[in-house]
Design a protein around this ligand. Structure first.
Ligand code: KIV
Length: 269
């Protein structure tokens, strides 16, 4: 397994070599440590923490304080991966000054190496301002969950010629503004392929086919921890929710029946 610390330069080199980039989300120290031990290149403290861990209906209520808290935890478990913190809704869209202050907080107090923001042309000035501060910025195009009320649903984006053109144009604009990588969520595989060929920075796909330079998934989804229904593109590599349920039910039954703890083997205080 690669021991080298993952930096923006390493990610660029991986794209140039055709080496795929493996990314996952993590929201706490032990999971972040596990991803590092398992060779994951990018650990994203996604605002998906809102749906996945905090019980929100979507990512919109997530605050900077919440992302900061989870980023600090993930940073404690991180050793070699690039640690990216998502900037929550309205923490970078309102003014350049607040974007700088909030991104700076995630780097300075959170221990993140980079931040991620959603959108294209409309946030390009904020992206450029952060890059001018030497804060590495990851872009996010296609299905952008922070704008779900405008998009209208968690569906495939870039299906019409004008939507395709807008996403390609936004990708070039973000590259020009200085992003070091681009997440492409839920766009057609051939569009992701076109963007991957047209930009020099790595593309990280989620539900966008096999042609991106890397892939990312929400960890709870791929481990089978999230309740159904999952997005169609998610491959589940384990069934942890079912295993946890069975273990908890067994524990509960044993406590109620008196089978646990066994009197004879109880540890002495
Ligand atoms: O918040 C998140 O987890 C994300 C990834 C799904 C890309 O933005």
């Amino acid at each position: 397994m690669r021991q080298q610390k993952i930096t923006t330069t390493v990610l660029l080199e991986m794209k140039a070599r055709g080496e795929k980039i493996a990314a996952l989300t993590a929201y706490d120290a032990p999971t972040s440590a596990l991803l590092n031990e398992s060779g994951i290149d990018i650990v994203l403290v996604g605002d998906s923490v809102g749906n996945v861990k905090l019980g929100y209906a979507n990512t919109l209520p997530v605050t900077l304080a919440e992302i900061l808290h989870h980023t600090q935890a993930a940073a404690r478990g991180n050793s070699r991966a690039m640690l990216v913190a998502d900037m929550p809704y309205l923490t970078y869209q309102l003014s350049i000054q607040t974007a700088k202050e909030n991104a700076g907080k995630l780097i300075k107090e959170g221990g993140a190496h980079a931040v991620k923001v959603e959108g294209g042309l409309e946030i390009a000035n904020a992206v450029k301002a952060l890059c001018d501060l030497h804060i590495p910025v990851m872009g996010h195009l296609g299905l952008t969950p922070q704008y779900i009320h405008k998009i209208g649903g968690y569906t495939m984006q870039g299906k019409t010629p004008s939507d395709r053109n807008k996403i390609v144009t936004d990708a070039k604009i973000l590259e020009g503004a200085g992003v070091f990588a681009l997440v492409l969520e839920c766009i057609p595989a051939d569009l992701a392929q076109e963007i991957t060929a047209k930009v020099n920075v790595p593309t990280i796909g989620i539900g966008s086919g096999p042609h991106c330079n890397g892939q990312i998934l929400v960890i709870d989804d791929m481990l089978g921890l999230s309740p159904d229904p999952l997005p169609k593109f998610v491959k589940t590599y384990a069934r942890l929710r079912l295993e946890m349920q069975a273990a908890i039910q067994r524990y509960s039954a044993e406590v109620k029946s008196g089978a646990y703890p066994e009197g004879k083997s109880a540890p002495q205080a």
